[in-house]
Design a protein around this ligand. Structure first.
Ligand code: KIV
Length: 252
């Protein structure tokens, strides 16, 4: 799974053969330049889900439910999930375990598949006191495994496990029948997810420990744009092959 926020990103990742495109609220960090995901709204999500769906990918599209879109009451949560589906998502992802049980059940009752998200849940950054590795004690690890089992019993089809010691990623994966998708949860989860801009080297901050950069597109973009700017300044762009031919009437 890889994140996607727009049509070209979705098209390139789909051509690469990924299974799932996540329209993540991490767009806050990598597209909007925010420090957390708390300012992402339903409007923002709908806008980007539409753009990703426009790529008509073969991959499954899962859309993040943004903070406060499933925290007020069950009815508005179901309506928000349905809006994301109408914008082009095939399923929705939401953060949290037992506290979100009723909401998960109601969204599933509305025939919308749900992906869970446990561990370092970025929408809880204020309550967690920062972006910190979770489940570092036996008790916390057991609590998290129970949350994962509960979500599975409710009927979620997969769970993202984020920011936990790798043994916790392993144990939760072993405890579940549904797939786990890890990010900073070690090598033993069933799948992995990375943020598009992280794996391509397009982020302003130093990448987290769990990120592997597969390209340095940031440097390539700066190089290409500076070449363009220099060609414009020195009159090397455009040349006549990049200009429209003159009609005879103008040349006589
Ligand atoms: O928004 C996002 O990119 C995510 C991933 C980190 C799993 O939720």
């Amino acid at each position: 799974m890889v994140t996607a926020y727009d049509e070209p990103g979705a098209r390139y990742s789909d051509a690469a053969g990924v299974d799932i495109l996540l329209v993540g609220d991490s767009m806050a960090n990598v597209v909007m330049g925010d420090d957390d995901t708390l300012h992402v709204t339903m409007q923002d999500m709908l806008h980007h889900v539409r753009a990703v769906a426009a790529a008509k990918p073969k991959a499954h599209i899962v859309a993040d439910m943004p903070w406060m879109s499933y925290h007020v009451d069950v009815a508005s949560s179901v309506r928000n999930a349905a809006e994301l589906v109408r914008a082009g998502a095939h399923s929705v992802k939401l953060e949290g375990g037992r506290v979100r049980r009723d909401v998960v059940r109601a969204i599933l009752d509305a025939e919308i598949p749900v992906m869970g998200h446990l561990g370092l849940t970025p929408q809880s950054v204020l309550a967690l006191g920062g972006f910190k590795v979770q489940a570092k004690t036996r008790e916390a690890a057991e609590w998290l495994t129970k949350d994962a089992t509960l979500l599975q019993d409710e009927g979620v089809y997969a769970i993202v496990i984020e920011g936990v010691p790798n043994l916790v990623g392993t144990r939760i994966t072993e405890a579940l029948e549904i797939p786990t998708i890890g990010i900073g949860a070690g090598p033993d989860t069933d799948g992995q997810v990375l943020v598009f801009h992280d794996l391509l080297g397009m982020t302003k901050r130093a990448p987290a420990k769990f990120v592997r950069r597969y390209a340095d597109l940031g440097a390539s973009i700066t190089e290409a744009v500076s070449q363009y700017a220099s060609d414009v300044r020195t009159g090397r762009f455009p040349d006549l092959s990049e200009s429209y031919d003159n009609p005879e009437e103008l040349t006589n």
